[in-house]
Design a protein around this ligand. Structure first.
Ligand SMILES: Cc1ncc(COP(=O)(O)O)c(C=O)c1O
Length: 470
């Protein structure tokens, strides 16, 4: 910790020093075992005599805050628990009502359980650690120590453009691609350049909660538009909507694929009403049945679609890597805003990802992961046939989670508590709704569920569901 002394302070220098170090220890900023600066060095640093420092340290030793260890100088002592708690400092600052509403909405998830069936998890055992480590080490040797291009390195943008053309049929050159820290970041940038506070944005109902929160945090009005078996009901989109956010390949959370006729209808609607469409293609790399439909981005004839992709599912959410493909008219503004926020994506990670893609490791990793997740999905789908009566799993063609509808009241708090009692975490369906009349049910993520535990997990789930109705 930094300490400061002032000649204009009426307290003696020793007292000033003693009080700051004592507070740092009791507030936990200095931890037991931390070394204090040597007396000679600190005296030189502060421009005071060495005896001032030794006197202050002596008092801290006498009161048990620090101890002298031969050869190691002065170190912070183990304190009684009671005295080691940082005091809560009152603050004059408060978040806005808008930010407070979002914070109040955030649930504190249990972080661990025997079975973690929350959506958004991936299998840590599949992470291509060796290849990624090698790519990062090589990138470290090559990365420039300067700020980079706000859009991302040309190398990575080129690799991404080729990869999404090949894997998803998205038509883009490297100049249409912007590297982001995940899909949420991409959507944030797009909304900042396309919308003004108060504008209306349409999202799917039910939909992906983080994006609705993100848009509300920007002062936008977020309206949920219901989905049916073909996806978002285009006729129900409010005419004032300036942007429509959709998950066409695997609707979050219900898993519906946006039908081709709806895709065309949505694009016509956007054309008539001069709106933008954000296509979040977060997990379509993992298809379990059927071929993917043409992305909206490819069907778009007048540059209204912004395609958003992420490596959170394909490689790991911990990488915080994603990208967007935007019409050329938006690229300069997005880059300028991005530069104003955090300048550019991290260079080393970008070089590593570019090499990882170009050397074929991404394709190899996806081939391996697809086999694992497909088999896991097959076993889960079969095991869920045993759900108690009244519960029904919704079929999915892609992704790492599915939805189960149930016979119950829309308040799923009790259900989540019952599964938690059985050492299991599941996803809330209620939480995906803007309005109150939610479909009763819950979400089952299988990304982090080892394949050989699928049946045991479903048995536990069934016990939890039955314990509620008993
Ligand atoms: C609909 C949807 N979009 C995007 C993501 C990934 O977001 P990010 O790239 O910000 O990690 C997820 C993750 O679960 C998701 O469910």
């Amino acid at each position: 910790v930094d300490v400061f002394v002032s000649q204009s302070d009426p307290r003696p220098l020793t007292a000033q020093l003693y009080e700051q170090l004592r507070d740092a220890v009791t507030e936990g900023r200095l931890k037991p075992g931390d070394r204090l600066a040597p007396t000679r060095a600190l005296a030189a640093d502060l421009g005071v005599s060495r005896s001032t420092i030794t006197e202050a340290y002596g008092r801290l030793v006498a009161e048990g805050f620090i101890e002298g260890r031969s050869g190691r100088g002065s170190v912070v002592a183990e304190l009684e628990q009671a005295s080691a708690h940082p005091p809560s400092t009152p603050s004059a600052l408060e978040p806005t009502a808008r930010a407070a509403a979002i914070a109040g909405d955030a649930r504190t998830p249990h972080s661990e359980a025997r079975f973690d069936l929350r959506p958004g998890r991936v299998d840590p055992a599949l992470f291509p650690g060796r290849d990624w480590r090698r790519a990062v080490v090589q990138a470290l040797a090559r990365g420039s120590p300067q700020y980079g291009d706000p859009a991302g390195t040309a190398e990575l943008r080129g690799a991404l453009a080729r990869w999404i053309a090949r894997s998803r049929g998205v038509t883009a050159t490297e100049n249409d691609v912007i590297v982001t820290s995940g899909s949420g970041h991409g959507i944030d940038l797009v909304a900042r350049v396309l919308l003004n506070p108060g504008d209306l944005v349409a999202v799917e109902e039910p939909g992906y909660p983080p994006v609705a929160k993100l848009l509300r945090s920007q002062g936008l009005t977020v309206v949920g538009v219901p989905v049916d078996r073909d996806g978002i009901i285009v006729d129900a989109i409010p005419r004032q909507a300036r942007l429509i956010y959709v998950t066409p390949s695997h609707q979050f959370p219900l898993g519906i694929v946006l039908a081709r006729h709806r895709r065309l209808e949505l694009l016509r609607w956007a054309g008539r009403n001069n709106a933008a469409v954000v296509e979040d293609d977060y997990d379509s790399e993992f298809r379990h049945v059927a071929r993917p439909l043409e992305p909206l981005q490819r069907l778009d004839r007048d540059g209204r679609v912004i395609y958003v992709g992420t490596f959170s599912k394909t490689v790991s959410p911990a990488l915080r890597l994603g990208f967007l493909v935007a019409p050329p008219s938006l690229i300069p503004a997005i880059c300028a805003v991005r530069q104003a926020i955090d300048w550019c994506p991290p260079t080393v990670t970008q070089l590593a990802l570019a090499a990882f893609i170009e050397d074929g490791h991404l394709d190899q990793h996806l081939r391996r992961s697809r086999l694992v997740y497909r088999e896991r999905h097959r076993r889960l789908d079969r095991a869920l046939e045993l759900l108690p009566s009244g519960y029904r799993r919704l079929a999915v063609q892609a992704g790492l989670h599915l939805a189960v509808t149930g016979p119950d009241t829309p308040d799923d708090g009790q259900l989540l508590a019952a599964t938690a009692e059985h050492d299991m975490l599941i996803g809330s369906l209620r939480h995906c709704y803007q309005v109150t009349d939610a479909l009763p049910g819950f979400l089952v993520g299988f990304g982090a569920l080892p394949t050989d535990q699928v049946e045991a997990a479903v048995q536990t789930l069934c016990s939890a569901l039955l314990s509620r109705s008993a």
